[in-house]
Design a protein around this ligand. Structure first.
Ligand SMILES: Cc1cc2nc3c(=O)[nH]c(=O)nc-3n(C[C@H](O)[C@H](O)[C@H](O)COP(=O)(O)OP(=O)(O)OC[C@H]3O[C@@H](n4cnc5c(N)ncnc54)[C@H](O)[C@@H]3O)c2cc1C
Ligand code: SF4
Length: 488
């Protein structure tokens, strides 16, 4: 795998970023690709480690040492085939995945791990550049019709797999364009939207129909879909936002991140948006929430021209090392610093917002915080405790709430009498992705709760296998761990 002594000869090399001053002038991606010779060396770092723990670190079970080896040998087309045998959309994960595979890489025990995510991106980009990614319509069509509700990564993966099995697939999406959070959550500077369009074109040529601007449950009832289609796959995401129910939360200037980010993505795309224009220009911005969404709010606010951006996180500041109790090859909860954090945000940890202050017209003027600590008792979950005498007032003109999501919307579930789980996601087991209603399946964030793109793709693929089996009695669509290595 790779070059047998590669990990001794070559250091890890990551893509460079354009300087902050330059990149914040626009919303374009700002990474600078490595040269082909450098990428080959990165592939060569993959060791012959015997048991590739990276396989299980990756929720898709990507065949990582195999594509690393192909890259090292310059066999890019073979690498692309290997990669696509387990992952429908490596151009999304190669840009956006937090790469749990790299945390599980054996080389990562005592050296920087193999740069798997970047290798993945370069394989798929090379494949697109050379025209190797072509529509793969099925040889034969079955007489079965499947409706996929939601066009995020879970819906797209399920649709592509089911179409390849020969079923006639229609994807319903309430937004004006397909993509889910890839298009209307994640900012263009992390992934430009032509990356989605390029893939959608191929899927359309494969025969998948996209019906956009259709809200299932409103414009067409779930029962109507049930009558028209042989099976339904629900991939509507976990869209219910967590609020911050403190005094003044209704102030003008306290805004949900998921009102701010989709609006900005529409502005970048030059398409109309609904509701009031939300702008960070000339404002002191506070982003509450330290995750991916918070980080995206920082980068977007800076590009819009905020005068300052401060980011609050209720959890304590982690270390960059693996914390005790989270050993290799598990995913460690360590301090992560995104490219947006480095663009000029002040990060404040162990802090909780008590109330928002307003002027007499209800406009936000500031907020009041308190420092917190987490008390750990053996056998119990850590408890939050406010630190006395630490109240502090912060002036600000715009607060962005990036506090995560509490679960899935229930309109479609109610119309179909679907059972929900205790976290308001649609109840369906990973054993077969079936809901309690025959023929109705659920996948992605709508089933597992707020998660990651790589998990959404994985769930879409898995669900497709079980839908196919439900429709045909058996399925040749691969399950995780069954990626088919191409013969070369
Ligand atoms: C701001 C932000 C940044 C993120 N950044 C990252 C990142 O960098 N890396 C990462 O791995 N993950 C990231 N995530 C998480 C990731 O985007 C999600 O886990 C993933 O998109 C979930 O995919 P999905 O297909 O299940 O749902 P979604 O992507 O949420 O797609 C669901 C789609 O269903 C549509 N829909 C819902 N109900 C209906 C209906 N009734 N009728 C018709 N259409 C409907 C919605 O409009 C939406 O388009 C981020 C999330 C957010 C919010
Ligand atoms: S999809 Fe994510 S976890 Fe899987 S190989 Fe790619 S970067 Fe790693």
């Amino acid at each position: 795998m790779g070059k047998i002594t590669g990990f001794l000869e070559f250091d890890r090399k990551d893509e460079a970023y354009a300087p902050v001053k330059e990149r914040i002038k626009n919303y374009k991606e700002f990474t600078k690709p490595l040269k082909e010779s450098e990428l080959k060396n990165q592939g060569a770092r993959c060791m012959d480690c015997g048991i590739p723990f990276c396989h299980s670190g990756c929720p898709l079970g990507n065949l990582i040492p195999d594509f690393n080896d192909a890259v090292y040998k310059g066999k890019w087309e073979k690498a692309a085939e290997i990669l696509h045998s387990t992952n429908n959309f490596p151009e999304f994960t190669g840009r956006l995945c937090p790469a749990p595979c790299e945390e599980a890489c054996v080389l990562g025990i005592n050296e920087p791990p193999v740069s798997i995510e970047n290798i993945e991106k370069n394989i798929v980009e090379t494949a697109f550049k050379n025209g190797w990614i072509k529509p793969e319509p099925p040889m034969n069509r079955t007489d079965k019709k499947v409706a996929v509700v939601g066009s995020g990564p879970a819906g797209l993966a399920a649709a592509q797999q089911l179409n390849r099995a020969g079923h006639t697939v229609t994807v319903f999406e309430r937004d004006e364009k397909p993509g889910g959070l890839l298009r209307y959550g994640i900012p263009d500077f992390k992934m430009e939207k032509n990356v989605i369009d390029r893939r959608l074109e191929i899927m359309e040529q494969e025969g998948i129909e996209f019906k956009t601007g259709i809200h299932v449950g409103v414009d067409v009832t779930a029962k109507e879909l049930q009558n028209e289609f042989d099976s339904i796959v629900l991939c509507g995401g976990a869209t219910v936002r967590r609020s911050l129910p403190v005094q003044g939360a209704d102030a003008k200037g306290v805004v949900q991140a998921m009102d701010f980010l989709p609006q900005n993505n529409r502005k970048v795309d030059g398409i109309p948006f609904k509701g009031e224009d939300i702008s960070a220009k000339g404002k002191k911005v506070i982003v509450i929430g330290g995750g991916d969404t918070g980080s995206d709010c920082i980068g977007t606010s800076i590009r819009q021209g905020a005068t300052s951006v401060t980011n609050f996180e209720i959890m304590p500041k982690g270390t960059t090392e693996r914390p005790e109790g989270q050993p290799w090859p598990f995913w460690p909860m360590r301090l992560r610093t995104s490219s947006s954090h480095k663009e000029g945000a002040e990060r404040v940890f162990s802090i909780s917002t008590k109330r928002f202050n307003t002027d007499k017209d209800g406009n936000l003027t500031g907020l009041v915080t308190v420092e917190v600590e987490w008390i750990k008792q053996p056998g119990q979950r850590p408890m939050l405790k406010e630190v006395e005498g630490t109240e502090k007032e912060w002036k600000c003109d715009l607060v962005l709430l990036a506090l995560g999501f509490t679960g899935s919307e229930t309109t479609v579930a109610d119309q179909l009498n679907l059972e929900m789980d205790s976290r308001t996601n649609i109840k369906a087991s990973v054993a077969d992705y079936k809901t309690n209603v025959p023929g109705v399946f659920a996948a992605g964030d709508q089933r597992r709760g707020q998660s990651l793109i790589v998990w959404a793709i994985s769930e879409g693929r898995q669900a497709a296998h079980y839908v196919d089996k439900y429709l045909m009695g058996e399925s040749y669509l691969p399950l995780k761990g069954e990626g088919d290595l191409p013969r070369v």
